[in-house]
Design a protein around this ligand. Structure first.
Ligand code: WQD
Length: 336
């Protein structure tokens, strides 16, 4: 079975491609390499001992998508491609609507034209907005607060409308909590092209000496130690969740499911975890809260367990160990 993976050269995409190859799937990566790294795919092939096919292209290019789907006889799609920097989406929203929404519509159009009606969509816990209850269940209100989150919710709604109009589709919507860590080989990992906005890649860059200190956004939250708490999930667990969701796309279906651990950890806990994993000091500076941040956010993972027979198995120690192992072996990421 051949899977088309849009954005497969990215952080979660590359880890998912590795799991797909290891499980025996044939993989075609469709990526414009705006944020992804071709080197990541070379290393995925090295770890897996199998090759994958790479098509450089933009998901706004329907002709290229149809050609890739047809040439490689793809039967299912995992759709990662999109812009994800929340802050950038506020200051420059149009590229997010073009890439994330128009690009997804173009992909669905191309799939329909080729008779390919099975898709896994990379959504985000950001669609829940400020938690109204915890742990967050899939029926939690969807109240997005930034353009990035709005693009994710728009694509979710497009998929729900599509399924309502044509229930022959098989659609899995996966809402990620906070992906962190790296494959234990240390060969692939998260390599943001600009200054990281997410916590763990930033801490790792401080630990390896790329950044002088970590700014802690808010230490006056109503949490155990005053800093923000999140549901961090190991990227390998997350990748394996995609394979479980892919297996659930056999018959026509539509589901939305949380991919999280059900546990939350604070910023200070993650700093301590990276300190322990690296043996390095991690200087911090306390700052006021970052606009739009919630105090605490974590998943109820029970639906993923019942529907997909999937649950996260890697803990904070493995997340910090593998985050550090990637960064210390690749201080400049994929730019060797
Ligand atoms: C985690 C905690 C910060 C950086 C975002 C997106 C979400 C998803 C995951 C794509 C918070 C604190 C962070 C720093 C800090 N991405 N922090 N100093 O905001 O939960 O979610 O990434 O889908 O859409 O919104 O993750 O890693 O940015 O922050 O103190 O330099 O770390 O305040 O409490 P977040 P994060």
């Amino acid at each position: 079975m051949t899977i088309l993976v849009t954005g497969g050269a990215g952080y979660i995409g590359s880890h998912t491609c590795l799991e797909l190859l290891t499980a025996g799937y044939d993989v075609v990566v469709f990526d414009n390499f705006l944020n992804g790294h071709e080197e990541a795919l070379r290393r995925v092939e090295k770890i897996a001992g199998r090759s994958l096919r790479v098509v450089e292209g933009d998901i706004q290019d329907k002709v290229a998508l149809v050609h890739a789907l047809r040439t490689y006889q793809c039967t299912k799609v995992i759709h990662f491609a999109g812009l994800k920097a929340v802050g950038d989406s506020v200051s420059d929203p149009l590229p997010f609507y073009k890439n994330n929404v128009f690009g997804s519509i173009t992909l669905l159009d191309a799939m329909a034209e080729c008779g390919v009606k099975s898709i896994i969509f990379s959504s985000s816990a950001t669609v829940y907005g400020d938690p109204q209850w915890l742990p967050i269940t899939e029926d939690h209100p969807l109240t997005v607060k930034n353009p990035y989150g709005r693009t994710k919710l728009m694509v979710e709604n497009i998929l729900r409308d599509l399924f309502h109009a044509d229930p022959s589709w098989s659609i899995g919507i996966l809402r990620y909590f906070n992906p962190v860590g790296a494959h234990p080989s240390g060969l692939i990992g998260e390599d943001p092209r600009n200054e990281p906005t997410n916590l763990m890649p930033y801490i790792a860059q401080v630990a390896v000496g790329l950044r002088p200190y970590l700014r802690i956004w808010g230490d006056d939250y109503p949490t155990l130690d005053g800093t923000g708490e999140r549901d961090y999930i190991h990227v390998v667990d997350l990748a394996r969740g995609h394979l479980a969701a892919l297996a659930a796309l056999g018959a026509p279906t539509l589901f939305s499911v949380n991919l999280g651990t059900g546990e939350s950890h604070s910023v200070l806990e993650m700093v301590d975890g990276l300190k322990h994993a690296s043996g390095r000091e991690i200087p911090t500076e306390r700052h006021s809260r970052r606009e739009g941040d919630a105090a605490t956010c974590y998943a109820d993972p029970s639906f993923a367990k019942s529907l997909l027979n999937w649950e996260a198995s890697l803990g904070i120690q493995e997340m910090c160990r593998d985050q550090w192992n990637w960064r210390v072996n690749n201080p400049n990421g994929y730019d060797t």
